[in-house]
Design a protein around this ligand. Structure first.
Ligand code: DAH
Length: 335
């Protein structure tokens, strides 16, 4: 009897050791410890043993065997449970590496590159960078720049108007040029003023190879004591050489702008002798200084403004301005 118990115990422990899954353990639990299991069968044989001592010894062996089997089942169940849990977590883990994969590096837009170079050159000449809003008041965009209501020069600017709650219609515009930043700079602080203001401007133009309804300008404004046209010419010349190279030179050509008096277009001469028109400039009109809260008897100044997009096109031989604004990364990557 004792030998049978030992054999049953060994066999049970072997089967438990061979179990591979939690299902195996569950099956073994019923088979080994259930009513029809080997140990239970042996228990029914206890009564047939001769002496009390024999019965007692066998009963104790049987209890020990049952306890050993139960504890082996529990131990293996724990082990397999932990392993299976790990396996399940591993299987269910989401692989996000695809989604956080190294982002492709972009490239500054051609216009951004040009703007940054312009800023560098003007900062090198002692200017500070100023900014103004893209949505402007009619007053800043026109009125304060000596273009009162009905001024014929207003029609040169194909203006986009903005409707918004509580505003008088036609009083809010998308700025048509960066010149309103002159007014904002003058109102923001007393002279001396040496600023350039690059930024986006808007006109009701149909896109073509040389026009976009959204484009970029850079404005310059100097207000100080004793500023003359010579300072303007010298600054334009210094800028031309610093930005384009020493082989380039510049000239001023008489022109008209409402906000400057006298006014001039400025052109640059390429090393091969061609003249390119770059922008407008002039001595700040006394009415403009007054609108900016500055006494024209004490201070004088010059201003200039030119487009950035066409310069960028020129520099990189881009044939069609629209190419620059398709948002196609392959375009930007070429420069
Ligand atoms: N604001 C003018 C335009 O968009 C350009 C300009 C001309 C700016 C003369 C100036 C200036 O500051 O003095 O056509």
């Amino acid at each position: 009897m004792i030998d049978d118990i030992r054999a049953a115990r060994e066999a049970a422990l072997e089967r438990i050791a061979a179990a591979a899954t939690l299902d195996d353990i569950a099956a073994l639990d019923t088979q080994l410890l259930g009513k029809r299991g080997d140990l239970a069968q042996l228990k029914t044989r206890l009564g047939s043993l001769g002496s009390v001592d024999e019965r007692k010894a066998a009963g104790q062996q049987l209890n020990e065997a049952t306890a050993a089997v139960a504890s082996a089942l529990a131990g293996t169940r724990d082990e397999l449970g932990a392993a299976e849990g790990e396996r399940r977590i591993a299987a269910e883990r989401l692989d996000l590496t695809e989604h956080v994969a190294r982002p492709r590096r972009g490239r500054p837009h051609l216009v951004t590159q040009a703007q940054e170079r312009l800023e560098d050159v003007f900062v090198g000449l002692g200017f500070q960078i100023a900014e103004g809003p893209e949505v402007e008041t009619d007053w800043h965009n026109f009125e304060a720049l000596n273009m009162g209501e009905g001024h014929p020069a207003r029609s040169d600017f194909d203006t986009l108007f903005v409707d918004h709650a509580g505003a008088e219609p036609g009083r809010t515009v998308l700025r048509t040029h960066t010149s309103p930043v002159q007014i904002r700079a003058m109102l923001a602080g007393a002279p001396p003023i040496y600023i350039v203001a690059p930024g986006r401007v808007f006109r009701r133009d149909t896109p073509d190879a040389t026009h976009m309804p959204v484009f970029h300008q850079i404005e310059g404004l100097v207000v100080d004591r004793g500023i003359t046209l010579a300072h303007l010419a010298g600054t334009i010349e210094a800028f031309t050489k610093a930005f384009f190279g020493s082989g380039f030179s510049s000239r001023l050509r008489p022109s008209y702008f409402p906000f400057t008096e006298p006014s001039a277009e400025f052109d640059i001469r390429t090393p091969s002798g061609d003249w390119l028109e770059l922008g407008g400039s002039g001595m700040v009109h006394p009415n403009v200084l007054r609108a900016g809260g500055i006494d024209p008897e004490q201070w004088s100044g010059f201003a200039f403004g030119f487009g950035i997009d066409r310069m960028a096109m020129e520099r990189h031989a881009v044939g069609d301005m629209r190419e620059m604004f398709t948002g196609d990364i392959r375009f930007a990557e070429q420069f």
